[in-house]
Design a protein around this ligand. Structure first.
Ligand SMILES: Nc1nc2c(c(=O)[nH]1)N[C@H]1C(S)=C(S)[C@@H](COP(=O)(O)OP(=O)(O)OC[C@H]3O[C@@H](n4cnc5c(=O)[nH]c(N)nc54)[C@H](O)[C@@H]3O)O[C@H]1N2
Ligand SMILES: Nc1nc2c(c(=O)[nH]1)N[C@H]1C(S)=C(S)[C@@H](COP(=O)(O)OP(=O)(O)OC[C@H]3O[C@@H](n4cnc5c(=O)[nH]c(N)nc54)[C@H](O)[C@@H]3O)O[C@H]1N2
Ligand SMILES: [Mo]
Length: 769
């Protein structure tokens, strides 16, 4: 008798063995090989079939009435503010298909917004966004989105300056090489252990904690340039508690010290870079009359000038890696710190050397620095989109509010399409988008909004038609992430909860109603798709010199290990060794310290520069970081996230000084507000944060308290920071998300303590038996 094959499930935060008793998940045991498993999975144990699971298709009452008559629904009541009616699957699919057909016939395919940004789940076949895109392409196309909330400014900027982000991330120097050759690690935004719990598609072996210990043991010293001490822990890091948003000023001053003291590498700047001269003139103030001195930077960062000088000399004297967290570019003019990170590394002449140069996002995701091949495994072919219209992803509300209006993006002038139908699968814009009160207004404009999700998220509550999707535990899939150690055969662990259906099955049923089922499924069953996608990835693996076993063996082994490449990974080492024969994909083939393209697109001289922050009446800056206790909004109802709440609200970190000035003590409920809206949170008073700054994690399910006493703008009673973040592009160049550029005030909340509604099923949906 042969042993039963191992049963694994893969999540964005690790690989686990599900323990199931009948239809109930009892435990998720961490993979035995994982040295530092993430606790996040424990939220699934009670969470997967919690009361907030969507068990049946449901429709907003007044929309349903109109749709049953075959009419575009006049929104008589606001989305998010009306009971639902549970309906049968057949009717739900008929209504969705009829609405898709009506909208495309009446307004054209560009009237369908299918950008559907979101992380969904780790399996690559049922990846909801890919399934939706394939489906909508089969229907004749849709308005798409480009870039990400993660790296909006960075993704647009980097191809002009060095290379595209995916190319760079795939080659990040391995932690082992940094331990072997590095001396100093300067971390803008720190290296928070909480963020390295995840990687998109899977994090099969958690490496950051071990890597930091190895670096420390090898003698590497760390500098944590961040408003939060806790952004870099366990390695005796020196903390520079700088003012958020000031990084570009600090970086310019470091460059200015090197220039005036002759510590920069002229030979490297000559052979591998272009446009240093104009930048050098800017550092000296020859163009604008303002030398970018340490004293100038002190006034913008609160880092003392003598500390800046000492740091500059220290960096120039040894092998130094300069890393920039994604967070720094999720802001107004977020391109600047990313660009300057590269410019600093170039001035030190250490780009392409092991342990030196730059990093963009060590510590942001688990797999960065794993030293493994960038091989990304199976992915669903999405077909091609016949619609040209697209938006930079974070311009969602602008698009809905301003059809036909022009906007700038990466050197182009484009128009917003007129959206009549929104289809969202695998994302939660009512957690992730900025200025949620504005999104709520924009969201009233389309005629139909379909949301496909396992849970009654705030986005589902703001939909017209909600289709219940299975989770990865309820179906078969393949887990795979770039630069991860494993590819995982994800076996179904339990039957679907309620009437939930797989994302693929839902789209296949819609395609059947719309007459293109065969084109959508290509006649394959889901298992046949897994085999087909695996085989295609096996061929790609061969190009990386990786030999994968046949599908049958992979499926019965439960996973396959992707070996490390023989040669150590060092970012841009080929370019360093031979810039003529291994040029960069920039116009000059070199690192562009000055970019004619950007000067042309955006003006301003074409080199990095400092932008003074806009004046604000609000005294505090609010940072909204990634949550330690969940992935974004996923499983906010689960045990791990719930255990962190204060009086049921999201914790907000505040300095003792700012708390005392407002009579706030640890554990109090507080209200944070500005001109955009407000949220309630629980105060966590801590000396780990510098005064003048508040920090709260993203992802608390948005729970608007519309009948709050005296509320004149949106108020979230649960703690979603996007009620107060500004919905403005990072710049006309990149149009990324500027969530970090939020200014607010905070006070002790003395009003009534409202009951949360978002953790219960919405009105009209039957309670769980
Ligand atoms: N203020 C502020 N806002 C931010 C950020 C910030 O730093 N500050 N960060 C931004 C960043 S970097 C990101 S990436 C975004 C994240 O924003 P999102 O990616 O939208 O957040 P998630 O919570 O991961 O949303 C995924 C949704 O998919 C659903 N889902 C999971 N599995 C499946 C499935 O198999 N099928 C279907 N149909 N649905 C599924 C989940 O229930 C959840 O509702 O947030 C952004 N927003
Ligand atoms: N556990 C967990 N891990 C995650 C995620 C999650 O949801 N949960 N999300 C993942 C995703 S999608 C992404 S894109 C990455 C995002 O990775 P990041 O965007 O880097 O993550 P953040 O937590 O927003 O920011 C990291 C730190 O930067 C600091 N910081 C913020 N603004 C500034 C500034 O102006 N200057 C300086 N010097 N420091 C600043 C903050 O103190 C913060 O703790 O994280 C990933 N990791
Ligand atoms: Mo992200």
């Amino acid at each position: 008798m042969t042993a039963a094959p191992p049963r694994y499930t893969s999540t964005h935060w690790g690989v686990y063995r599900p323990v199931v008793d009948g239809a109930r998940l009892r435990a998720l045991e961490p993979a035995p090989w994982d040295p530092d498993p993430s606790p996040l999975a424990q939220s699934l144990v009670q969470g997967v079939d919690a009361a907030v699971r969507v068990r049946r298709p449901a429709a907003r009452a007044s929309w349903l009435e109109a749709a049953r008559r075959g009419e575009a629904a006049a929104a008589t009541r606001r989305r998010g503010d009306e009971p639902f009616v549970e309906i049968e699957w057949d009717e739900a699919l008929d209504l969705a298909a009829t609405e898709l057909q009506r909208v495309r016939r009446t307004h054209g395919n560009a009237a369908i917004y299918g950008g559907s940004y979101g992380w969904s789940s780790a399996g690559r076949f049922h990846h909801a966004q890919s399934q939706l895109h394939r489906f909508l392409n089969g229907l004749g196309g849709y308005t798409a989105s480009v870039d990400t909330y993660s790296l909006g400014a960075g993704r647009v900027l980097m191809p002009h300056v060095v290379a595209d982000m995916d190319t760079l991330l795939a080659q990040h120097t391995s932690w082992d090489e940094i331990a072997r050759h590095g001396s100093l690690f300067v971390a803008f935004g720190g290296l928070p252990l909480r963020n390295a719990q995840v990687s998109p598609g899977g994090a099969g072996e958690h490496q950051l904690r071990g890597a930091l210990q190895r670096l420390r043991a090898a003698g590497v010293r760390f500098i944590n340039v961040s408003p939060l001490r806790s952004d870099l822990e366990g390695v005796d890091a020196q903390w520079l508690p700088m003012r958020p948003g000031g990084d570009a000023a600090l970086m310019l001053a470091l460059a200015q010290v090197w220039l005036t003291e002759g510590l920069h590498d002229r030979a490297f700047l000559d052979s591998h870079c272009m446009g240093f001269e104009a930048f050098a003139r800017h550092l000296c103030g020859e163009d604008d009359g303002v030398p970018k001195t340490p004293a100038w930077a002190e006034a913008r960062t609160d880092v003392p000038a003598n500390t800046i000088v000492a740091l500059a000399r220290r960096m120039a004297a040894q092998r130094t890696l300069i890393n920039c967290a994604y967070a720094l570019q999720r802001a107004r003019h977020g391109e600047q710190p990313f660009w300057l990170t590269v410019v600093l590394a170039a001035m030190l002449g250490q780009v392409g050397l092991p342990g030196g140069g730059f990093g963009l996002g060590y510590g942001c995701m688990n797999n960065t620095g794993s030293g493994r091949a960038p091989f990304s495994g199976p992915r669903l072919p999405q077909g091609s989109n016949a619609v040209q219209a697209f938006i930079p992803v974070a311009r969602l509300a602008d698009m809905l509010l301003h059809p036909g209006e022009r906007f700038h993006y990466n050197g182009r002038s484009l128009r917003y399409p007129d959206i009549r139908l929104v289809y969202w699968a695998g994302g939660n814009p009512f957690h992730h988008h900025q200025q949620l009160g504005r999104l709520r207004r924009a969201w009233q404009r389309p005629e139909t909004i379909v949301v496909q999700d396992p849970f009654w998220t705030s986005t589902a509550r703001h939909a017209d038609l909600v289709l219940p999707a299975t989770t990865a535990l309820e179906r078969e899939d393949i887990g795979s992430a770039a630069s991860d150690r494993w590819m995982v055969a994800m076996r179904a662990a339990m039957p679907p909860v309620g009437q939930a259906r797989d994302d693929h099955a839902i789209f296949a049923a819609l395609a059947a109603r719309l007459g293109f089922e065969a084109k959508f499924t290509e006649g394959r069953t889901p298992r046949q798709w897994l085999e087909h996608l695996y085989d295609a990835s096996r061929e790609r693996a061969q190009a990386h010199g990786l030999a994968l076993p046949p599908f049958e063996q992979f499926w019965s082994d439960g996973l396959v290990e992707l070996p490390r490449p023989a040669r150590p990974v060092v970012l841009l080492s080929d370019f360093r060794a031979d810039p003529v024969n291994c040029p960069l994909p920039t116009p000059s083939g070199r690192i562009e310290i000055t970019s004619a393209t950007i000067a042309n697109y955006a003006g301003g001289g074409g080199h990095p520069r400092w932008h003074e922050p806009e004046a604000s009446p609000w005294p505090l800056q609010l940072l909204s970081c990634q949550p330690a206790t969940r992935l974004h909004s996923q499983y906010d109802h689960g045990a791990v996230s719930q255990a962190s709440k204060i009086q049921g609200r999201e914790p907000l970190t505040i300095s003792p000084r700012d708390a005392a000035a407002r009579g706030i003590t640890d554990g109090d409920l507080v209200r944070v507000w500005n001109e955009h809206g407000a949220f309630l949170a629980g105060a966590r008073v801590s000396g780990d944060i510098r005064p003048g700054v508040l920090q709260i994690a993203t992802g608390a399910w948005f729970d608007p308290w519309d009948d709050a006493p005296g509320a004149d703008s949106v108020l979230c009673r649960h703690g979603n920071p996007n009620t107060v973040t500004p919905d403005v592009g990072s710049s006309a160049l990149s149009q990324g998300c500027s969530a970090q550029t939020a200014r607010v005030d905070v006070e002790r909340w003395t009003g009534p303590v409202p009951r949360l509604r978002v953790m219960e099923p919405p009105l009209g949906v039957a309670a769980v038996p």
